[in-house]
Design a protein around this ligand. Structure first.
Ligand SMILES: Cc1cc2nc3c(=O)[nH]c(=O)nc-3n(C[C@H](O)[C@H](O)[C@H](O)COP(=O)(O)O)c2cc1C
Length: 307
């Protein structure tokens, strides 16, 4: 029998057995989906976004379906970093795939404080920073929309941890490459591209917005071509690994992101439709590589033919 293809990748020093990662906020705290498959078979698991203190999130309704997409305004509802470490990590540490914590702060100092608390926790392989959120010290403008602020947050986290730091970029900017370069210079070991696109939906019967928060983040297949373009753009702008995401529903979508140069991919909204999507993508990539006689997934990464 032919040997199975090698799907392992390296993300800023973090070794993954395959390039498939679950996206923050779509896979709970990492253990909710264990009845469906063994999460140890995934490349890594990114848990729900965590803040320094527990947060209730936005009032409902905070999810609205759109054609080929999902609008959400969850508003960072989470149990807080301490409860996560005490209540969730003991179980998560048993999973044989790196756990990546996704963190969100109201101030630059809060990001640093969380990185510090995570530093000594066993089983946490890397920190992903969500910079798509409002900076209370700058009147609520998202950290990730200004290169200097994005760099300052990154540097603060890098200074407070020895774990690889992945910065998750927002697409809601004029030029994502500028932000990517700024966080790379500040010491990020990788970037995730992309978070959700700002959007709205209106109920014509009530004439009210479908989300209580009025505005939400759009995800799912509707954003895939734009996310793919942004990944392509960022891959050309930085040397650090790029993790691609946005509307990935199956292994073919995953391959598109890998071909444009993403070193790994994340599966988000698809988990709500089929909780086994991520593991099916691992199997799909394995079969594809075997069929195409690709012995190592790195032969696919960045293999887009342009001539
Ligand atoms: C319900 C929901 C909750 C999310 N929560 C977070 C979060 O806490 N932190 C974060 O960085 N991204 C969060 N995201 C964004 C996803 O991780 C991902 O970047 C986005 O949905 C695009 O990927 P997709 O189209 O595969 O879903 C959330 C998305 C959804 C749909």
């Amino acid at each position: 029998m032919a040997a199975l293809p090698d799907l392992s990748v390296d993300i800023g020093g973090l070794k993954l057995k395959n390039p498939v990662i679950t996206a923050s906020g779509t896979f709970g705290y990492g253990t909710e989906l264990t009845p469906f498959f063994d999460p140890s078979l995934l490349g890594a698991i990114i848990v729900k976004g965590l803040s320094l203190r527990a947060m209730p999130g936005n009032p409902p309704p905070r999810i609205a379906e759109t054609p080929c997409g999902l609008l959400n305004s969850i508003g960072f509802a989470n149990i807080g970093i301490e409860a996560f470490i005490e209540e969730k990590m003991p179980l998560l540490a048993k999973i044989k795939a790196p756990i990546i914590t996704n963190i969100y702060g109201h101030t630059i100092e809060e990001y640093g404080e969380m990185a510090k608390r995570i530093e000594k926790v066993e089983g946490i392989g890397a920190v992903e920073i969500n910079i798509s959120c409002p900076n209370v010290e700058e009147g609520g403008i998202a950290f990730g929309t200004d290169p200097d602020t994005a760099a300052a947050v990154t540097q603060h986290v890098v200074n407070n941890t020895t774990k690889p730091v992945i910065v998750k970029l927002t697409p809601n900017v004029t030029d994502i490459s500028t932000i990517a370069k700024a966080v790379e210079s500040a010491g990020a070991q990788a970037v995730s591209v992309t978070n959700t696109f700002l959007g709205m939906a209106v109920d014509i019967a009530t004439r009210r917005p479908k989300l209580a928060n009025m505005v939400g983040g759009l995800s799912g297949p509707a954003i895939k071509p734009i996310a793919l373009y942004l990944v392509h753009k960022v891959v050309a702008a930085v040397r650090i690994p790029v993790i691609g995401l946005g509307g990935i529903m199956d292994y073919r979508d995953a391959l598109e992101f890998l071909l444009v140069g993403a070193r790994a991919i994340q599966v988000g909204t698809a988990n709500f439709i089929n909780p086994k999507t991520a593991i099916e993508i691992v199997h799909g990539l394995t079969d594809f590589c075997s069929r195409e006689k690709v012995s190592n997934i790195n032969q696919i990464i960045g293999g887009l033919k342009t001539m």
